[in-house]
Design a protein around this ligand. Structure first.
Ligand code: ATP
Length: 592
């Protein structure tokens, strides 16, 4: 197939903004394309060489495109640069200069799609020393053989700026029209795309084998599946109604969506947008190798940073930094992430996306041996609004964003790439802030791990209930310590160490060490939340719930204060009520 034919369609596509007109042009293009070239034609139309999950691009910067133009035309650098300044687009420069001059070659031949594609593939794969020069030479070779129009589009493809305005969904529409046109065909084609993320593969399979061949396209390890997405509702009643009265209510972790592909001990991780992010998470890769009892599996989950000392979840921003840090190994040790798995899409040759959610859950639980780094997402199966609400507050207190309520009906299949009513998020509609610090008493501690081995990893902190003369726990404090603070902790607490919980301490959490309540620390947190784990303000606001400080950080130790000078339970309850009041004033539709 001549590249010229493809370029003629590019020109027409570029000249229209109408989606229907685009579909017509694409249908015509597909009718002129030999079936075995359909994948390549589709990738090139999207300005790509491979499906994006492969992560290979030509990536030739404008400056390098211009150098190739110099090589192909023999026009001096300076002149080419002047043109670039005037036109601002390396594609237009290539087009203009090639129409005025090109190097005479004896063997100039019309470009074919095959030749273009093979050359672009080579350019994508070159790496190491001298790669740039080789890329420029290969590209200059293509320019030498191309017409000015071809040069324009080639330059845009190699610099990643083709932008014909054709979306992947438009290509799927055009494929459906070109091969039969029915709604059912469109759905089949889209599903195949959603389970493979490879639009070229779908186009080629359709052209070569028809719709039956597309129906037979299978999930494969190494090809990301587009993630299922959730709708949102703001009240639990509406959610339960949508889900037929009963659902899986699952923690909604605030992290990074990860799809893990595991085959014979090898692991690939994909992001929500199907980028290969395996190298960013060596810790998760290692953990998955050990904890999956299957030869092949595709798992869906959310990676969340955890405080290695308290085991508590940390704000998502901490994991976002990992993308930018070069020293990933070190970072993995300092701020480990835990992958919370909630779904399984494929297991030892079997496509599980067609199975209902409860069945997938059972299979997931049967193949995962939990570790610190890989855990199963917490959930309950319930139709009881009070129970779900309690679970919601527990999830918030433990550092999540709320719940995702998921259908457990017989038709609750995994809808790849779809946002639907099978999954409904129930997030807090507000984010309140704790504006003031509190003074809390250390009543216990947890043994440190990793860098904190030998000292305490976190302290169990309490507020003072002056009515009952009791210290009631309100958070685990593991953040905000300097190395110096940490080193001196055991020495500092030695005089107060006892081997049982102090009688004035109310705690339902088991600490590794217990103290006489003496040492006071000033602490700031993000906000005060309801908590079934802590005893501070227990049942003052809600049955079976106390209050907790979310994401607490040490400000300083307050040697000037005695334990009885600490912030009281009543003050914490009051702070919580103030928070709610501020929220009500700013968000009248608040749900939680
Ligand atoms: P979306 O991903 O739905 O486009 P978004 O990026 O704004 O929206 P949210 O609205 O916060 O994200 O919620 C959806 C995301 O929540 C999912 O894509 C997933 O990354 C994350 N998530 C956390 N826990 C779960 C869970 N248990 N089940 C499904 N998704 C979860």
């Amino acid at each position: 197939m001549l590249f010229k034919a493809l370029v003629e369609h590019f020109e027409k596509l570029e000249a229209t903004t109408s989606r229907l007109a685009m579909i017509d042009i694409l249908v015509h293009l597909f009718s002129e394309t030999p079936p075995n070239l359909m994948d390549k034609v589709v990738y090139l139309t999207l300005g790509e060489v491979y499906p994006s999950y492969v992560g290979l691009e030509v990536g030739l910067a404008d400056k390098l495109v211009l150098r190739a133009v110099v090589l192909a035309t023999g026009i001096p650098d300076l002149k080419v640069e002047q043109e670039y300044k005037a036109l601002g687009d390396s594609g237009l420069v290539a087009e203009k200069l090639l129409s005025t001059k090109r190097k005479a070659t004896l063997f100039s031949q019309p470009l074919t799609v095959e030749k273009v594609y093979i050359t672009l593939e080579k350019m994508c794969r070159i790496s190491g020393e001298g790669a740039q020069d080789t890329k420029i030479k290969l590209f200059a070779g293509l320019l030498t053989d191309s017409t000015p129009k071809e040069a324009k589009y080639l330059s845009r493809i190699v610099s990643g700026r083709l932008r014909l305005g054709v979306a992947e969904m438009t290509i799927l529409d055009a494929l459906a029209v070109a091969y039969g046109g029915s709604r059912e065909l469109r759905d089949t084609i889209e599903r195949a795309y959603n389970i493979t993320s490879d639009i070229g593969l779908i186009a080629k399979t359709l052209a070569e084998g028809g719709i039956d061949a597309v129906k037979n396209i299978k999930i494969a390890i190494g090809r990301p599946i587009k993630p299922q997405l959730a709708e949102r509702l703001s009240s639990l009643d509406e959610i339960l109604e949508k889900l037929n009265g009963r659902c899986i209510a699952e923690y909604k972790y605030d992290g990074l969506r990860i799809q893990a592909h595991i085959a014979d001990g090898a692991v690939i991780l994909f992001s929500r947008r199907q980028e290969n992010i395996t190298e960013q998470f060596p810790d998760i890769v290692e953990a998955l190798k050990k904890c999956v009892v299957a030869n092949e599996a595709i798992l869906d989950g959310e990676a969340v940073p955890v405080d290695p000392n308290t085991g508590e979840l940390l704000p998502f921003q901490v994991v976002a930094q990992r993308r930018r840090k070069y020293d990933i190994e070190r970072y993995a040790e300092e701020i480990p992430v835990t992958l919370f798995l909630f779904d399984i899409l494929y297991l030892d040759g079997e496509d599980l996306t067609v199975k209902p959610y409860l069945e997938r859950k059972k299979l997931l639980e049967s193949v995962i041996k939990e570790t610190d780094r890989v855990k199963l997402a917490q959930y309950i199966v319930s139709g009881n609004p009070e129970e779900i609400e309690r679970f919601f507050h527990k999830s918030i207190e433990e550092g999540t964003e709320g719940l995702i309520c998921k259908s457990i009906l017989p038709n609750s299949i995994y809808e790849a790439g779809k946002r639907g009513w099978q999954w409904i998020k129930w997030k807090r509609s507000y984010r309140s802030e704790m504006t003031d610090t509190v003074d809390l008493v250390a009543v216990g501690a947890f043994a440190g791990r990793g860098k904190r081995a030998g000292t305490y990893g976190a302290l169990l902190m309490a507020a003072y209930n002056s009515d009952k003369d009791r210290f009631e726990t309100v958070c685990k404090l593991g953040s905000g310590f300097t190395d110096e603070d940490l080193a001196k902790l055991p020495e500092m607490f030695k005089p107060y160490l006892i081997n049982h919980k102090h009688p004035r301490v109310e705690s339902s959490i088991e600490a590794d060490y217990w103290f006489v309540p003496v040492i006071v620390a000033e602490v700031i947190g993000d906000e005060i939340t309801l908590s079934p784990m802590h005893t501070c303000g227990f049942e003052a606001i809600r049955p079976k719930s106390g209050l907790a400080i979310r994401f607490p950080r040490l400000v300083r130790f307050r040697e000037d204060k005695s334990a009885e000078d600490a912030t009281t339970t009543t003050e914490i309850i009051e702070m919580y009520r103030m928070q709610l009041k501020t929220i009500e004033e700013t968000t009248p539709t608040d749900t939680a």
